[in-house]
Design a protein around this ligand. Structure first.
Ligand code: TYD
Length: 197
């Protein structure tokens, strides 16, 4: 039996990492083999990205190429083999992150689709949707105008993409963790039914 690939997406502070972890734990407690992964990865290209995000102002094109390279390598080395083994791969960020964040940095969707042409679409994506103000206040407890402005653009791109992509479930991520988890869990339980021998 082949597995499936589920991605969690959203702006910084949307709670996608927490929900990805909870989904992974839930699947395990249901006796389903699950693998939790994240981007930027811990691999060599992910390390370059993390180091650069902290220390260098990368050009949008450089960023787009690095994120895509990290993803393609990760997909071949980790995601695809796990799906082939029948596992449910839960990714904390994947393709949609590049399409939303790098578009918000000014790149065209066409160019981003092109550099990501070797990355497959996940079987299901949960888009954890919150206003930028909420995301930023969850991150630092205070508002930061520049960050809010950028993350508003990212959120708009995410919502636009969700309209045009298949298998994207938008989750209102503003309520309590328990309420958000209820919505995610029912989506996960439906997705598991997609597993076919
Ligand atoms: P993030 O998930 O926030 O990592 P962490 O929780 O370890 O801090 O990702 C780091 C940043 O990278 C985040 O601001 C989003 C950005 N990013 C992109 O711009 N494009 C991408 O393709 C990916 C995967 C991430």
């Amino acid at each position: 039996m082949k597995g499936i690939h589920i991605a969690f997406e959203g702006i910084d502070g949307s709670g996608k990492s927490l929900m990805a972890r909870m989904a992974h734990e839930h699947l395990g407690s249901c006796g389903l083999p699950s693998l939790l992964t994240f981007e930027p990865t811990k691999g060599p290209i992910g390390a370059i990205i993390r180091d650069s995000l902290d220390n260098v102002l990368l050009q949008p094109g450089t960023e787009a190429l690095l994120f895509a390279a990290d993803r393609i390598q990760h997909q071949a080395e980790v995601i695809d083999p796990a799906v082939e083994r029948g596992e449910i791969v839960v990714s904390d960020r994947y393709l949609m992150s590049s399409l939303a964040y790098q578009q918000a940095r000014g790149l065209s969707l066409e160019s981003l689709r092109s550099v990501n042409r070797w990355a497959r679409e996940p079987d299901l994506t949960f888009l954890m949707d919150v206003p930028a103000e909420t995301g930023v206040s969850r991150l630092n407890g205070s508002d930061n105008f520049e960050n809010i402005e950028f993350l508003s653009k990212v959120r708009d791109r995410y919502l636009e993409l969700a309209d045009s992509m298949e298998n994207v479930v938008i989750i209102d991520a503003t309520p309590s963790i328990d309420d958000v988890w209820d919505s995610v869990r029912s989506g996960i339980d439906d997705a598991v039914k997609m597993l076919k021998p």
